[in-house]
Each structure stands twice: as C-alpha cells, then as structure tokens.
Design a protein around this ligand. Structure first.
Ligand code: FES
Length: 650
C-alpha cells in the first residue's frame, strides 16, 4: 500500500447518528454499520451486513460518503440515492457525516415521555354532533342533497354553513352512502355553525392533540363524546436530521427555500403518520377526526403553521404572531376529515411558545395561590413565575446537554442509556433504560453523576476534578471519571464522564438557575421563598429533584414544594381539545404573561456566571432522600422510572 493510501486509511471521521444523538469516531475504511455498533447504536442488520436485506437503510444529511456499491444500486432508486439514502453496511465515510436513521432501521425505539393526565374534566367541546335522517330525493322532491341536510339541521335550530366546497361534496357523498342517516358534526357558536363532516350514526367524534417538541412529537387521540383519551403515541421529530436544536433548524430554513420546505413537510408527514398510528391502532380512521389542537415552541408553531421563521433567528427574536389561530387541517398538510380545523393556541414570545402556555394551563397556574414557578427544561428552558396577579415568563438557552448532546458518552433515553446513578459508601449503582447493559448516559443520568461526584468530593464547587479518587484517571492530559468499565458496558468500551462534560452541565444548570433567579428578582422575592416548583416535560419527569438541587439547578426547597407533572403541554392540549373554556383560559394566560428577555437583562450575565458554580446541599436541612410529589394523577415519575433495579459497578 502506498504512503498516501495508508494516510487516507488512517484518517478519522466523526459520524453523527440522529435521532439517537450518538457520535462515533471511525476510520476511513469502516462501514457506517460498524461505526454504529461501536457506540451502541442498534441498527437493524437482518442479513448480518452483507448488503442483501435492505434493513440498515440510513440517509446521509451532511458530509460525503464513498461512491455507492452495487448492492445499494439494487436497493435504491436513482431518486433515493440522490436524496442521500444508503445502506449502512456498505457505505463508508469520506468526511465527517451526519446520518438520519428512520425508525424502521432502529432495533430499539426511543423512550418518549407521554405520561400526564389524559382525561379532561371540562366538557365544552368546540364541535357538536346531531343525529339526522333526511328524506331521499324522489320524482316529487327535487331538492339538492345539501339542502336536505340543511333542512334536517334547521329542525334542530342549527343554521349551518359549509366551510368549503370539499365539505359539501364529502357530506353529500357520505349521506348517500349511509342511506341518508348520519351524525352531522358542526362547530361554532349558535347561529353561526359550520358543518365539519358527517359520520355513521354509531361512530364517535374523535379529536387529536399534538405537542410538537424540538426532539419528540407526542400525539393523543380523544373520544370527544366521552372526553376520554383513547390512545397516545410519540415519534421522534424528523426535523432533528436538519439540526439538533431550534436555532440550527431556523438557520437551515433560512439558508435555502428547499430546506425550509423540507422542514415543514417532514413535520406534517410526522403528524399524519402519528394520526394514522393513533386512529388505526384503535380501530378508527383519520377521517373521523373532527377537531385538533397543536401546541409547540414558537419555532415549531411557525414551521407547522407555514409562517416564516426567519425573524426568530435574528435579534430581537420577534415572532410573526403570538395570536391563536384556527386553520383548516388540509391547508396545514394534515389528512383528517375535510372540514376539520386545527386550533393553535397563542404564544408568549419568540422563545416561549404555546407549549408553555399549555403547560401553564395544565398546571392550573391562574388558580394557584402563593409563589409558583413552572419550568419546562429542554434545549431551551421556559420558566414562569406566578405571584399574586402577575405572571412573569422568560426563556433561557440551556443547551442540549440534557438531551445527551455535547457529552462524551451522552445519548438520548434509548435502551441502555444510564438514567440514574448513585454513589454510596464507595459503591456505584447505575440504572439503565429497559435495564439493558449500559451504552451511554442520558440527561437524568449525567445530572445524577455530577451530583454524586459533588457529594463524594470528587469534584469541587468549580467543577474541577480531584485526581486522588480511584475512579478518576488522566487521559490525553485530561481528567475523567470512570463510570462503567468496558467489561460491564454493552458495547465493550469504558463509559466515562470528562471534565468537559461537567462544564457542559455547569453551563446548562447555570442557565436554568439564572432564569429562575431573574424572575424572582423581577417579582421582588428570593428563590428560597418559592412555595411550589412545578417541573413539566420529559426530562423534568425523569430527573431526580434532589440531584437538581445538589448541582444548584433548582433552589433549595423541601420535598413537598416540588411537583413533577409529566408532559403537561400534552395535558393542556387535551384540555383545550375538550373544552372551549380552556381555550379562553389559555388566551388569558398568554395575555397576562409579562415576558422578560434575558439576553438583554442587565443582571443576567452576572447571575449566570455566579450560578455556574456548584453548591452542596448536604446537611443544609433538606431531606436527603427527597422524593417528588405527583399532582397529575398519573404518578408520572413512578410510571416513568418503573422501579427498575440498579446494577453495582466495580
Ligand atoms: Fe442487510 Fe445492510 S444489513 S443490507
């Protein structure tokens, strides 16, 4: 082999696997499949990697790969190949590469937190059903079909309008198919009703509530006759292939019109897929869905609504609109009943969206007494403080560390992800998702590790390692903590926490805490005076509140002042689906909110810098075994952690 060939064989590239959130460093000669296996990303490889089964399909989003091999030309059409589709067992990297793995190619599905209250007490749906039976046309009754339906509804004191010609055609076709009997669904105020669709007489009206997160999309199918949630499901937001966080997706959309279109259509496709899963899984059809509510952060809201996201990427980050919207489902790319509209609740600001409004609604923020903080921790963390009649909100860039990104062995909450860690009496216990052998660390796990290291004196307040601990070692001049040795790991490699990982957690927790402190100082209180801290969202469900207090992300509060309420944004969306009065409450929340912009706040930089340091909470009056209280009725955290056993690491 020539010198230059040897040099090119020795080159190393970084392969990023989305939506898993893992990265591998691989040599030029390795296949993408072996790079995935190296870091515990479980791609399906039915044929064992010989290129004949097509089960390891991946899509290259960024970077370049070696030319296609014959097996790939058999597997894919020319269009698919030009779209970046490849077989992971055949393709090799020629540069750093970012891959999108479709769910069909993943052996394990990502855990998607959907728990939360899933029934609604309020009964005031925006749609109403009327059983109608009309006379069929005959030689002596030549009225058009539509007028027959209208006449039947007049008898019920309903003065209906058709929302569109599609609805007229659909309703008339269906009435003929159903022998002129059916449940006509209308929406709107008395005297100004619009016909949505007609269903068979014994079929329930269905509604869909979606919570579009930056990483995950949660969907809930609700029977609008009984107001019960029939089924729920989640998918990874496919936009993740275009960028991990909202900012990079906005930048991507702003770069090229083609990419902006793809970002929008991938979102609509995911919602349609979720609607199909939810309806067919419960023996229904998506065309029976007669109402829908969609919540999301402001960027997701704008992508979905077809609004420009350009200005969300440029200071002063002002949205196109914060107003609530009701748009025909078909205009938003959703394949539901022809007359269905989608309600999008109001946003508060460019980085505090309708998902936070929805979480505040689910947390009954307007009716709570005392000083209440609600926070939803993610790449971007939204925080609100309710005190007397004031509702003050802000958003802080907490970064992707809690999603496992920018952490050396970080990953999302897939099977094998270390989600809880305890270091007691020198013994280290780890608990993984699905109790699989550990392959990486997800957000709640990394928070626990840092808290444990702090309590054990392995790191100091500044996050610096003490070199004397037996698990601390030096590699390439950097200190790291050995969490799981190679022989106990699922992929046969050490799992470590580096000093850089600790810095990432300091940045993330510092941003969250600084947001809480700024809101408290705006209201003239100390954070220790918070009566109730309500933690919403997926990461908030799985995190250990004691660890969050140990690292200083949360202020020191006693256990009965912390509530973890699961996916509150989803719960709020369900409430708005079931009740028009809940939509009015959401409107009131958004109108009441005073938005505080942290990036220009005069104290933010100082408070943030101060909060980068750790503080110990041991021996400071906090119950050392603090458990969390659940108010949603869903016992979200207990269900989430499922009391799985932990494993002691030697
Ligand atoms: Fe079968 Fe790649 S593993 S084609």
């Amino acid at each position: 082999m020539s010198e230059s060939e040897t040099a090119s064989q020795n080159r190393k590239f970084e392969i990023e696997f989305e939506p898993v959130g893992r990265r591998a460093v691989t040599g030029a000669g390795s296949t993408l499949l072996s790079a995935a296996q190296e870091v515990g990303v479980q791609l399906v490889a039915v044929c064992g990697g010989i290129g004949i089964c097509g089960s390891c399909r991946v899509r290259c989003m960024e970077g370049s790969l070696a030319p296609t091999e014959p097996e790939e030309e058999v597997e894919f059409t020319a269009e698919e190949l030009s779209d970046g589709w490849r077989l992971a067992c055949r393709a090799r990297a020629l540069s750093d590469v970012k891959l999108d793995i479709p769910s069909t190619s993943l052996a394990t599905a990502q855990r998607l937190q959907l728990e939360g209250a899933t029934t609604s007490d309020s009964s005031e749906p925006s749609v109403t059903a009327y059983q109608v039976e009309v006379e069929p046309p005959g030689l002596y009754d030549l009225r058009p079909d539509w007028e027959r339906v209208e006449a039947a509804l007049f008898q019920e004191q309903v003065m209906p309008r058709a929302s569109s010609v599609h609805v007229v055609q659909h309703v008339c076709d269906r009435m003929r198919e159903m022998s002129w009997k059916g449940r006509v669904i209308v929406r709107g105020e008395r005297g100004a009703e619009e016909i949505v669709t007609v269903l068979p007489t014994d079929v329930p009206m269905l509604g869909l509530a979606f919570d579009i997160g930056t990483t995950k999309i949660a969907g809930y199918l609700v029977d609008l006759d009984t107001l019960q949630t029939v089924s729920r499901a989640g998918v990874v937001n496919p936009q993740i292939a275009f960028g991990e966080d909202v900012v990079s997706r906005i930048a991507c959309a702003n770069r090229e019109r083609r990419l902006e279109t793809q970002l929008r259509s991938r979102l609509a496709e995911a919602l349609n897929e979720l609607a199909r899963q939810l309806t067919t899984g419960s023996g229904n059809a998506a065309t029976r869905v007669v109402d829908a509510v969609v919540v999301g952060n402001t960027a997701m809201h704008h992508f979905f609504a077809g609004l420009s996201v350009r200005q969300l990427g440029e200071a002063p980050y002002v949205p196109v609109t914060c107003s609530s919207l009701s748009e025909p489902a078909r205009d938003l790319g959703l394949d539901l009943s022809p007359g269905t509209t989608v309600y999008l609740p109001p946003n508060i600001a460019g980085y505090v969206g309708s998902d936070h409004v929805s979480a505040l609604l689910a947390g009954d923020i307007l009716s709570r007494e005392g000083r209440v903080v609600v926070l939803d921790i993610g790449t971007n963390t939204e925080i609100s403080l309710k005190i007397a009649d004031r509702l003050i909100s802000c958003s802080c860039a907490s970064g992707p560390a809690f999603e496992g990104a920018h952490i050396q062995d970080g990953m999302r909450a897939l099977p094998g992800a270390i989600e809880h860690v305890r270091l007691s009496g020198g013994a280290l216990h780890v608990q993984t998702v699905d109790s699989d052998r550990p392959v990486g660390i997800c957000g709640s796990g990394i928070l626990d590790v840092v808290a444990s290291m702090l309590e054990a004196g392995i790191i100091d307040r500044r996050g610096r390692f003490y070199a004397t601990h037996p698990r601390v070692r030096s590699r390439d001049g950097e200190l790291e903590f050995l969490l799981v040795p190679a022989e106990a790991a699922g992929h046969g490699r050490d799992i470590v926490v580096t000093s850089k990982d600790v810095v990432e957690i300091q940045l993330a927790k510092g941003a969250v805490r600084a947001g809480i402190e700024i809101l408290c100082s705006t209201a003239g209180i100390k954070s220790s005076e918070i009566d109730t801290l309500v933690v919403a969202g997926a990461f908030g469900t799985y995190l250990d509140a004691k660890s969050a207090m140990t690292v200083g992300m949360f202020p020191r509060l006693s256990e009965d002042r912390i509530e973890q309420i699961g996916n509150a944004a989803g719960t709020g969306a369900i409430r708005m689906l079931c009740s028009a009065s809940e939509r009015r409450k959401a409107q009131l929340i958004a109108e009441r909110a005073e938005y505080v912009e942290l990036t220009t706040h005069p104290d933010f930089a100082d408070v943030f810098t101060d909060r980068l340091f750790f503080e110990l909470v041991r021996n400071q009056g906090v119950d050392s075994d603090a458990r969390t209280r659940d108010v949603s009725g869903a016992n979200a955290r207990a269900a989430a952690t499922d009391q799985r056993p932990s494993t002691e690491m030697q």
